[in-house]
Write a new protein. Structure first.
Ligand SMILES: [Fe+2]
Ligand SMILES: [Fe+2]
Length: 457
């Protein structure tokens, strides 16, 4: 046992060390990963997972401490510690690719002490499915941390679902259902925490984050609409899987920047029907969710695709996905498009209201996100610049703001949360009011998650 355990860890260490010395495709990087996968296999004969932890400076695999440290093992342990990973769990079914990406993650991550949900989200984006990371000491979590975990988990589910479809397998509908229920719970508990995550955009894996964002936004709209729970979950699941049909298209077509040719657009137009077919094979999918996926590009004025017959009756929830889809696409930077601020996105959407988008829903989105949605950069009457970190009472209350730049435009060492209701002692009037939004491009980039974590953490 000891030998086998040491073998697994030695391979991980060797691959990590060699990654720093050779290109990723070099046999000295790749071979130890393959060897690690082989060394792991016998363990899974009688267990479904294997835990690797660092406790008191000792590397422990399945309870077996490894005392004979080689230089590569020391490096491996140091990287785990620096990134902030107390425990790694290998699941049965772990692939060479999973291990390879995990080693790459350890190699490329330069930040120290990342929060576990962030690590989870990154690994999910890279498609690591059978290596789990956990904190050994689960402390009380704040809403933001909780929301990040829930978001990360949903991201995992989407990655897995899309991967399954690409490999000709039918995704597990129960997983999507579970992930959406968690998100729906969090939207009810702290909508701002969940919505804030939709603004933390990731540019390399657009489809995954986009799917989760559309689900979160649809859930927020569904809640404002007062839909009963089953319908809310249905809308959320449809949001999560609305673009699943894109798995049937060529990858370079989905990723193609800029305008598409007529033929290419004809290809893209197939994805709602493909999605409808895929959902038909999955368990835990209501018939109405399938229709919503089929109809998400039909448009309010019925000019979209697939073009509906005159007598065809659309499911009204399809328009919820359509507004969420539009909002997320507009606020995301793509290779051919700069990201709009939430305000700019809403302005564009107001122009589309009554045409491609349902006007009532556009209004509702504005109402559910608030005049200044979370993440909006605003100028205050003091000439300070801040970021909206909360919109109490579903957007009706005074927004919460964290100041990031002082009146001279200098960035504060740490974001400072301020209360807009706080009165000026001499005049009795509010000390700070919001003058309006500012263009984030006029300022040095601000890490939205950093601001929110500092204020909420
Ligand atoms: Fe779509
Ligand atoms: Fe979409």
């Amino acid at each position: 046992m000891e030998n086998a355990v040491a073998g697994v860890v030695r391979c991980l260490g060797a691959s990590l060390k060699n990654r720093g010395l050779y290109p990723a495709t070099h046999p000295l990087v790749r071979t130890p990963v393959e060897k690690c996968r082989m060394e792991l296999a016998p363990f899974f004969a009688d267990r479904s997972e294997l835990a690797l932890t660092v406790s008191d400076g000792t590397l422990v695999l399945e309870g077996v401490p490894i005392f004979q440290l080689t230089s590569s093992l020391e490096l491996f342990m140091a990287r785990l510690g620096a990134v902030g990973l107390p425990a790694v769990i290998f699941e049965r079914g772990v692939s060479v690719e999973d291990i390879e990406m995990f080693v790459r993650f350890l190699h490329e991550t330069k930040e120290q002490g990342l929060p576990i949900p962030e690590i989870k989200a990154r690994l999910a984006r890279w498609g690591v499915t059978h290596i789990r990371v956990t904190a050994t000491d689960e402390e009380e979590k704040d809403d933001f941390t909780l929301a990040r975990e829930i978001y990360g988990n949903a991201l995992n589910v989407v990655v897995r679902a899309l991967k399954d479809v690409r490999n000709g397998k039918t995704p597990d509908g129960a997983e999507s259902d579970r992930a959406v229920r968690e998100m729906s719970g969090m939207v009810s508990r702290n909508r701002d925490a969940m919505l804030a995550l939709t603004l933390i955009k990731n540019f390399d894996e657009y489809t995954y984050n986009h799917s989760v964002n559309v689900s979160v936004l649809s859930l927020a709209v569904a809640e404002t609409l007062g839909l009963p729970e089953t319908e809310r979950i249905g809308v959320g699941v449809a949001g999560l899987l609305h673009d699943v049909g894109k798995t049937q298209l060529a990858l370079d077509l989905i990723r193609k920047p800029g305008t598409l040719t007529v033929e290419e657009f004809e290809e893209i137009k197939k994805h709602p029907v493909e999605g409808f077919n895929i959902l038909g094979k999955m368990t835990h999918i209501q018939e109405s969710m399938r229709s919503v996926v089929l109809e998400h590009h039909m448009r309010f004025d019925r000019t979209g695709y697939p073009r509906p017959e005159p007598e065809y009756r659309m499911n009204p929830h399809s328009q919820v996905i359509a507004v969420a889809d539009c909002y997320d696409a507009l606020t995301t930077m793509r290779s051919y498009q700069k990201a709009r601020t939430p305000q700019q996105a809403l302005e564009i959407m107001r122009k589309l209201a009554g045409k491609s988008l349902d006007p009532d829903l556009v209004e509702l989105v504005e109402r559910s996100l608030g005049v200044y949605p979370v993440g909006t950069m605003v100028r205050l009457s003091t000439m300070e610049v801040g970021v909206v970190t909360g919109t109490p009472d579903g957007g009706k209350g005074e927004p919460k703001v964290a100041i990031v730049f002082d009146r001279s435009g200098n960035q504060l060492a740490a974001p400072q949360g301020v209360d807009l209701k706080e009165a000026d002692t001499s005049s009795g009037k509010p000390r700070r009011t919001i003058l309006g939004t500012v263009n984030p491009l006029m300022h040095p980039p601000v890490s939205m998650s950093g601001v929110l974590q500092a204020v909420w953490g």
